[in-house]
Design a protein around this ligand. Structure first.
Ligand code: FPP
Length: 247
């Protein structure tokens, strides 16, 4: 894909404009490494560089929220060594990037049950979220040990508890009541969901939130994704006509 220059990306020209909330299923790190006869971790390392470039580009484009699927609740099925590599990369990323994220006004959020990554990473993540909480530019949401079905189950359990406690009437439960109990509560609606590496699946990512999102599947492997690819994705989104079930 070639990049669309920023000047061609205009809001309010009859298309969908700039998406407020973009989410990415970052896929293809392993294949990128395999094609180069490198260990899988080399693909994840290069993938972390792509994360950096993509966050910067999101800021340039004025995207309010960028949600990245860094580790799914199913990724624990990978070999122990790869899980350890991914944890190590996340730790390294937080140590190396937090100052820059904070200096650039980026607000960090985490969705998913990140406590399973252990006390040290949990503390680092919570410190990073607290340190950047007042920032006003792009919100970076990292999905860690996240699975959408589990998230919806937790929302249903929370509502069931409230019904049992008598604080909510079952008849009053509507979509807003469920949304308010998802990990993404108080984030703007998802506008654009991108998956890299030519796979056409949602893999248990933001299933509820994607109800009216525009979907974009690109062949680029995640480590090759960056500024040009995000600009091209946003340009593609900008040409779409969103109808939300209307005409
Ligand atoms: C999918 O590629 C990628 C992942 C499961 C991990 C994503 C992690 C990163 C991009 C690095 C760290 C992230 C942050 C936020 C610092 P795959 O391994 O499934 O690739 P394959 O399908 O080609 O095997």
């Amino acid at each position: 894909m070639s990049a669309a220059p920023a000047s061609t990306l205009q809001v309010g020209d009859g298309g969908a404009g700039i998406p407020r909330h973009v989410a990415i299923i970052m896929d293809g790190n392993g294949r990128w490494a395999k094609a180069r006869h490198l260990p899988r971790v080399a693909g994840h390392r290069k993938g972390a560089e792509a994360v950096r470039a993509t966050i910067r580009a999101a800021g340039e484009l004025g995207i309010e929220v960028l949600t990245l699927y860094a580790f799914s609740s199913e990724n624990w099925r990978r070999p122990e060594e790869e899980v350890a590599d991914l944890k190590g990369l996340l730790r390294h990323y937080l140590l190396a990037e937090l100052d820059e994220l904070a200096a650039n006004g980026i607000r960090l959020r985490v969705i998913g049950d990140y406590s399973r990554f252990g006390p040290e990473l949990t503390r680092m993540l919570e410190d990073a979220v607290a340190r950047t909480a007042q920032n006003q530019s792009t919100t970076l949401v990292i999905a860690l040990n996240y699975g959408s079905q589990g998230e919806i189950v937790r929302a249903a359990q929370a509502l069931a508890e409230e019904v049992r406690a008598g604080t909510i009437d079952p008849a009053s439960i509507d979509t807003a009541a469920i949304e308010a109990r998802l990990d993404t509560a108080d984030l703007p609606a998802l506008d654009l969901l991108i998956r890299t590496s030519g796979e056409h699946r949602l893999s248990n990512f933001l299933l509820w939130q994607a109800a009216y999102a525009e979907l974009l599947f690109v062949d680029t492997l995640w480590p090759d994704f960056g500024r040009d690819e995000l600009f091209a994705a946003v340009a593609d989104y900008g040409r779409r006509n969103r109808r939300f079930g209307g005409l």
